[in-house]
Design a binder for this molecule. Structure first.
Ligand SMILES: NC(=O)c1ccc[n+]([C@@H]2O[C@H](COP(=O)([O-])OP(=O)(O)OC[C@H]3O[C@@H](n4cnc5c(N)ncnc54)[C@H](O)[C@@H]3O)[C@@H](O)[C@H]2O)c1
Ligand SMILES: [Mg+2]
Length: 344
């Protein structure tokens, strides 16, 4: 992540201040925490922890009405757990997320075995659905909350070795699990997905699945098959879903997408030749796919929130919000078109 993390209240520990004064040192420090159990425990004891309850993150609303991710120091969380009748050492089950620019390690913990309302009262916040948290939090906190949930979900689903059936054990950082009966090591997984905005030079192609909210159209997306390159996935998905053959591909960016499970979204622009634009939709996958003009896309981008789409009227077209990489692709396409027309 190139963008800086928000400045968090810092009690910079003396040990870390010298070695983590810049990005390279910080990344090496995080890597050390994944490998050194003692160092990770020390970092946890001077670090901050954010909470989930059965994978729903805890948010707190400030007096200004802004939602934040409350960060609890190790000792405070230990005290809260003790007051709720739990062994405070449960804090040690926290999973490493990152290290802030103030050299403070950041962890997360799922307290799903505790009474939800009692924790909310103690912490002065509410556990909310991840989707709501992702929409509500400010930019830099949203990826953190998604990453935390993805890691906790992975641990919850990988407690047993799929080869031996025996329990697996996690390391202190929570960056891997091991089956001691056969030595197999498991690492957290994301499924690679290609997402592509297809253009014919003047128009772009958007599609919707039947499960999308009414009126919402997005770029084409699809999971990579085993052994495929990203380019092969892109060509195949476009052919399968809309019956078109792509002639060029340009990389745009990537994003971890936590819904419904961890996907690694790789976003690309693609073109088809102007003579090959007849869409043939696979209705098993998509409800609709069609070409949109620059004016139509500009109008869709102007809608900041999903429009009210009464059932008895044709829906207003809208596109995914700014935190979705589909939005970035669509905005880039508009910028490219405007540049192109300005130059003509
Ligand atoms: N962030 C964004 O802007 C954005 C936009 C669009 C889609 N997405 C995400 O992209 C993902 C893929 O899109 P899609 O649904 O069109 O994919 P898709 O076209 O590959 O169709 C989904 C189907 O693929 C199969 N599949 C193959 N490998 C799979 C795997 N590893 N996990 C789950 N299913 C697998 C399943 O049968 C599933 O029903 C979705 O999870 C969606 O949430 C994100
Ligand atoms: Mg798809």
């Amino acid at each position: 992540m190139l963008r800086c993390l928000r400045v968090l209240p810092a009690r910079v520990t003396r040990n870390f201040s010298r070695c983590c004064s810049n990005y390279v040192a910080r990344m090496r420090f995080i890597n050390k925490l994944k490998e050194d159990e003692g160092a990770c425990l020390t970092a946890l004891e001077s670090g901050n922890i954010f909470l989930y309850h059965t994978l729903a993150p805890l948010l707190r609303k400030t007096q200004q009405g802004v939602f934040q991710l409350p960060l609890l120091p190790f000792k405070d969380l230990e005290g809260i757990l003790n007051r709720l009748g739990k062994d405070g050492s449960m804090v040690k089950d926290s999973v490493l997320i990152t290290c802030t620019e103030q050299n403070r390690a950041l962890f997360c913990l799922d307290v799903g075995e505790l009474d939800q309302q009692a924790v909310e009262k103690e912490c002065g916040g509410n556990f909310v659905d991840l989707r709501k948290a992702f929409f509500t939090l400010r930019g830099e906190e949203a990826p953190l909350v998604a990453r935390g949930q993805a890691l906790l979900r992975w641990h919850q689903g990988n407690g047993f070795c799929s080869a031996s059936g025996k329990p697996t054990t996690r390391n202190q950082a929570g960056s891997q699990r091991v089956c001691h009966s056969n030595g197999l090591i498991y690492y957290p997984k994301m499924s690679p997905v290609i997402i592509t905005l297809v253009s014919d030079g003047k128009r772009c192609l958007l599609a919707r699945q039947a499960s999308f909210p009414r009126g919402m159209f997005s770029a084409l997306a699809g999971f990579c098959d085993m052994g495929e390159t990203l380019e092969e996935t892109l060509r195949r998905e476009v052919a399968e879903e809309v019956g078109l053959e792509v002639v060029s591909v340009r990389y745009s960016g990537s994003q971890h997408w936590p819904f419904p499970q961890s996907s690694f979204m790789v976003a690309c622009h693609a073109t088809v030749s102007p003579g090959n634009t007849q869409v043939d939709v696979d209705h098993e996958e998509l409800e609709e796919a069609r070409w949109f003009t620059l004016e139509e896309i500009r109008a869709a981008l102007k809608l900041r929130t999903p429009p009210r789409n009464p059932r008895d009227q044709p829906p207003t077209i809208w596109v995914p919000p700014s935190y979705a990489i589909a939005h970035k692709l669509i905005r880039e396409w508009v910028d490219d078109q405007e540049l192109h027309y300005d130059g003509e």
